[in-house]
Design a protein around this ligand. Structure first.
Ligand SMILES: [Zn+2]
Length: 274
């Protein structure tokens, strides 16, 4: 079984003491690819450094997180554009709207979000959307600007069936993480009505660890715990969950599957993604 953690912040200081062992643990647990969403100008270099250390397993994205939208957001967005011209990234994000922590820059958050939607379209990259107490606002913006070519993930999705359908109708996948494993959460009902083809897995590490690690530091090696919970809710095997969510993520991020693409004749492998 191969898993993909589509959203993990492995460059944060919480992983300072054991970052490399933690990545090895994830690979050992079958989590072959880890996708890193960016936060802001301070996280780009540590993120790219880690991608350089594990080029076959860890892939970067670029964007500006809504809680990092402050006075200098235009400079931050200009820096994102420079990075896009400079090297390959696998997605735009994370971006979106967060009304939970601070509402000072609500208007700027919307401008920054719209700007990053334009970048996702221009570069044909998936958009990684962060929503906190802003679901209706985000849906409104996406409806406003959406074109069939825009794809992405509603990161850390934990909403109702109706909200799930709204996201799916806009061409987005649902990123399921640790919250799915918490007792009495909405997803246990929602998931029964949503097809596997719309789901991808994520940890959002170091945050939101799944049961039984709730409240502790999260890490990508816990991805199978989320898959197991989805399998239990839907009454299917973990293998089915792994296969579908991995395929969905590989398609979305355009990651070539080296194993299945390896030519049988023993010829040259296809070009690597890095
Ligand atoms: Zn995140």
């Amino acid at each position: 079984m191969i898993f993909i953690d589509t959203h993990t912040h492995l460059y944060l200081e919480e992983f300072e003491p054991d970052r490399h062992q933690m990545v090895e643990r994830a690979i050992e647990a079958g989590v072959k690819y880890m996708m890193l969403p960016n936060i802001d100008g301070t996280s780009v270099h540590p993120m790219l450094e880690l991608c350089k250390t594990f080029p076959d397993n860890i892939m970067p994205m670029i964007g500006l997180h809504p809680t990092s939208v402050k006075e200098n957001y235009m400079d931050q967005l200009a820096a994102v554009e420079c990075w896009l011209l400079d090297r390959k990234f696998y997605g735009i994000g994370e971006c979106g709207m967060d009304f939970y922590w601070d509402k000072t820059f609500v208007n700027e958050q919307e401008i920054a979000f719209r700007h990053q939607i334009d970048l996702a379209k221009a570069y044909k990259l998936p958009l990684i959307v962060h929503i906190r107490e802003s679901f209706n606002e985000v849906i409104k913006i996406l409806k406003d600007v959406n074109k069939p070519e825009l794809q992405g993930i509603f990161h850390c999705f934990s909403g109702s069936v109706e909200q799930a359908r709204q996201a799916i109708d806009l061409g987005f996948s649902l990123g399921l993480g640790g919250v799915t494993t918490f007792k009495n959460n909405k997803m246990q009902e929602t998931l029964k009505h949503i097809d596997l083809k719309h789901l991808v897995l994520e940890t959002d590490a170091p945050f939101l660890a799944p049961m039984p690690h709730r409240g502790k530091r999260n890490e990508p090696a816990y991805i199978p715990l989320i898959a197991e919970k989805i399998a239990e809710i839907k009454g299917i095997s973990v293998e089915e969950v792994a296969q579908a969510t991995t395929e969905n993520a590989m398609k979305l991020f355009r990651i070539a599957n080296h194993e299945t693409m390896e030519p049988a004749s023993g010829g040259q492998s296809p070009a690597k993604h890095n």
